[in-house]
Design a protein around this ligand. Structure first.
Ligand code: 6PG
Length: 240
């Protein structure tokens, strides 16, 4: 696999411009572009910048929107990743409802993991036995989790399942999450990380991934296309 690219930005606006450039190119080149959105504050802040800076170069009607993970709460709940995305990007960009594939946080978790797995198989191209996203966006937790793959759940990077039920180690909140194998079968994976609290873990994962046992360190797409978009604070621990 190619070394992950680490792109350092002065601001979220600069990061958003990079994302818009990628989306412009992809929606010009493909009939549809399937993206799995991440939850968390960083991705939401980036989505707001994308909307603010959008100049009409992206064919948003080609975007097929999925989630990398969802909290097991109703869609109107303040914890819902769907609700956050709906407010920050789906409504502002008027993404067609038929292109939005929500993980149903209100459903029974195991049943929803199975339903969403089936949905992925129906809507995405299968590659190597797994549904392939054009892009999976990921955040990074301070404990090294990504999506809702928390420390101690490395088996999710070797499973044949597409989605799984997870449990937040502190809150006990149940989550639906893409498995690490689905994430690693994406055509492209991009981490979005900002803030000084993440600097230590970013440098550990970027520079000595083999020495750390963080789920985020196990993200290594078969395609080889892994990029970290980080701001200067999150990059402050990097040697190079
Ligand atoms: C979630 C996310 C989670 C998040 C990280 C980073 O549902 O919470 O999927 O993986 O991306 O915890 O979150 P912040 O960007 O808010 O630090």
């Amino acid at each position: 696999m190619e070394c992950p690219r680490i792109l350092i930005f002065e601001s979220l606006d600069e990061m958003a411009l990079k994302a818009l450039q990628w989306l412009t190119e992809k929606t010009a080149a493909q009939d549809t572009v399937s993206v799995a959105l991440s939850g968390g504050n960083t991705p939401q802040a980036l989505f707001e910048c994308i909307v603010k800076l959008d100049k009409g170069t992206v064919d948003w009607n080609k975007l097929l929107v999925f989630w990398g993970d969802e909290r097991c709460v109703p869609p109107e709940h303040t914890d819902s990743n769907f609700r956050s995305a709906q407010k920050s990007i789906l409504i502002p960009l008027d993404i067609p409802e038929e292109h939005i594939f929500r993980m149903q946080g209100e459903a029974e978790p195991e049943k929803e993991a199975a339903r969403y797995s089936q949905l992925l198989a129906e809507h995405l191209t299968m590659v190597g036995g797994f549904p392939q996203f054009d892009l999976v966006l990921l955040g990074l937790g301070e404990d090294g989790h990504t999506a809702s793959i928390f420390p101690g759940n490395d088996s999710l990077f070797a499973t044949t399942q597409f989605c799984s039920v997870a449990k937040h180690p502190q809150s006990g909140q149940h989550r639906i999450t893409l498995t690490g194998t689905v994430i690693n079968h994406a055509a492209e994976v991009v981490f979005l990380v900002t803030g000084t609290p993440k600097a230590g873990i970013v440098s550990q994962i970027a520079e000595t991934p083999e020495l750390v046992h963080y789920p985020a360190a196990k993200v290594s797409p078969v395609s080889g296309k892994l990029t970290w978009l980080v701001d200067k604070s999150a990059a402050s621990g990097l040697k190079t």
